[in-house]
Design a protein around this ligand. Structure first.
Ligand SMILES: [Zn+2]
Length: 297
């Protein structure tokens, strides 16, 4: 069995596990999966709180040198034949055991308090780094990226549940730092595209869970500010000192222009969109500052 497992582990698995691979690989995976269900010779126990999973040291050894060391006699875990992961979220430990035997895991049975799928994938990325399991780390990052493409993260605003999930993910990601570089980049993008931060004065109770995290994590706030600054500089939606952004009273289009006596001469200026003509005094009442919105809409 060991040889078969090694062959299986050598496969390059995408985010959906072995989907699309040849039938014989599917058969092999099913045999490994059946080991967890009713395989004999389970010789190690993974514990998380009150839950226990009987597993095979061989399977642990194939996936991770760190887990292999835990199986060997020299450590407390090896002597007791058990690994206590009670400090991890139960959903995280379940996902780890699923991955060991199925080469995949799913965000099911999540405890809403502990976040949602984003929180789980972030924690799986960190766990994979800790146990030196690069394929699992890649899978967790891919799953995180797939999750944020779901409609609830593609809106103009986040629901309280989505903001809570993002808050949990951001907290874990910014605690871990190095292993979560890619996930942190995604969190910053989502914070901007969903307008997750209030643009008006809000009291603490009006702020979302995610906003609360941003206000206490300097690195996260700085990352968001850096991306916004870069967006302003690269695309120059910011008027230079002698220009303003105007909104046309007739067609509501906005444009950046220099509408001054000097530039206009006549005292009248035309809309760049509909061509309607207005007095300079009228245009001055229709100066808008939509630097960020213009960019993010
Ligand atoms: Zn117009």
């Amino acid at each position: 069995m060991e040889t078969s497992l090694e062959a299986l582990m050598a496969l390059d698995c995408g985010p959906d596990g072995l989907q699309g691979y040849k039938d014989e690989r599917q058969v092999l995976l099913e045999r490994v999966e059946s080991l967890l269900r009713d395989g004999p010779d389970k010789d190690f126990v993974i514990i998380c709180g009150e839950r226990e999973w009987e597993v095979h040291c061989t399977v642990l050894q194939i996936h991770s040198k760190v887990l292999a060391a835990a199986c060997e006699g020299g450590f407390k875990e090896g002597l007791e034949r058990r690994l206590d992961l009670t400090d991890e979220e139960p959903s995280c430990t379940t996902a780890l055991v699923d991955y060991l035997y199925h080469l995949n895991y799913y965000a099911t049975d999540l405890d809403a308090e502990a976040g949602g799928a984003l929180g789980l994938h972030t924690n799986m990325c960190i766990l994979a780094d800790q146990y030196d399991m690069p394929p699992l780390k890649t899978l967790a990052i891919e799953k995180f990226k797939a999750e944020i493409l779901r409609p609830k993260f593609q809106k103009d605003s986040l629901s309280p549940e989505a903001a809570h999930d993002l808050a949990i993910a951001a907290t874990s990601a910014y605690d871990a730092m190095e292993p979560t570089t890619e996930i942190r980049e995604e969190i910053v993008k989502i914070a901007i595209t969903t307008k997750a931060l209030s643009t008006t004065n809000t009291t603490e109770s009006e702020q979302s869970d995610f906003e609360g995290v941003v206000r206490t994590r300097v690195e996260l706030a700085a990352d968001i500010a850096a991306v916004l600054t870069k967006m302003c500089l690269i695309d120059r939606p910011v008027p230079s000192s002698h220009e303003c952004r105007f909104r046309c009273p007739a067609c509501a289009a906005t444009f950046i222009a220099e509408l001054s006596e000097r530039a206009l001469g006549t005292g009248f200026g035309n809309c760049y969109q509909c061509g309607e003509k207005f007095r300079l005094a009228t245009w001055r009442k229709h100066i808008v500052n939509r630097i960020l919105h213009a960019h993010l809409e």
